[in-house]
Design a protein around this ligand. Structure first.
Ligand code: PGA
Length: 250
């Protein structure tokens, strides 16, 4: 049985004080580990948030990393630094970077390899644009992003990958994929992982859904057999809206 995994992506929101307060409320609200839970604050608050949730059931993730372990890379963070800051996870390839900042697949692949080799779990995001869905290219896009992003991963590395299916048209728009659309995409992704990495890896792979997940739509989506959790943006910024999503998963 795959354990559900709910992660909150705080993006470029929160102050130091509000991130610490939010992390504290989330940690207090998660009373057991029936569901895996992570919060992903902005980089400057990673250490403070990691300190606050220490000893609780909540883990911390960064929102991006570089693929080198160190070097002259102004403005970047290595996977080792993220680990050292107290994180377990790192989001890689979020559409706000993939599309918003034109991060190429080759870089995303290097980042996934570097993060998983360092001992982090990579939350690798994939998803189609609205125009791609409307022209029946969803599966081709997902297959391409999976093949490019996960190319050359060892068995050990792939065991540290979580996938997040985030249709770009559903992120921050209030437009959520129907449970059926989510299930279809997730089933396709699992099947594709099976072809590339074998059935055991596919069956164990956690595939989150992301895109306008809220307390009132979470249950229907999380009920789908191939949906193993959610990557939550807007609704993760308040404990009152995030905790009910974790509740819905358990
Ligand atoms: P949203 O963001 O829940 O605000 O749509 C999801 C995400 O970007 O991961």
């Amino acid at each position: 049985m795959r354990k559900k995994f709910i992660a909150g992506n705080w993006k470029m929101y929160t102050s130091k004080a509000s991130s610490v307060a939010l992390a504290k409320s989330v940690a207090e609200g998660v009373k057991d580990d029936r569901v895996s839970v992570a919060v992903c604050p902005p980089a400057p608050w990673l250490v403070a948030v990691a300190e606050i949730v220490k000893g609780s059931f909540v883990h911390v993730g960064a929102q991006n990393c570089h693929y080198a372990s160190e070097g002259a890379f102004t403005g970047d963070m290595s996977p080792q630094m993220i680990l050292d800051a107290g994180c377990r996870y790192v989001i890689i390839g979020h559409s706000e970077r993939r599309h918003g900042l034109a991060e190429p697949d080759l870089f995303l692949n290097r980042k996934v390899k570097a993060a998983t080799s360092a001992g982090l779990t990579a939350i690798f995001c994939i998803g189609e644009l609205l125009a791609e869905r409307e022209t029946q290219q969803t599966e081709a896009v997902l297959a391409f992003q999976l093949d490019a992003g996960l190319s050359g991963l060892t068995a050990e590395q792939i065991s540290r990958v979580v996938l997040a299916y985030e249709p770009v048209w559903a992120i921050g728009t209030g437009k959520v994929a129907t449970p059926q659309q989510a299930q279809e995409a997730h089933a396709f992704i699992r099947q594709h992982i099976g072809k590339r990495f074998g059935n055991d890896v596919a069956q164990q792979m956690i595939i989150q859904y992301g895109g306008s997940v809220k307390a009132d739509n979470a249950q229907e989506i999380l009920k789908q057999p191939d949906v193993d959790g959610a990557l939550v943006g807007g609704a993760s910024l308040k404990a009152e809206t995030f905790l009910p999503i974790i509740q819905a998963a358990s």
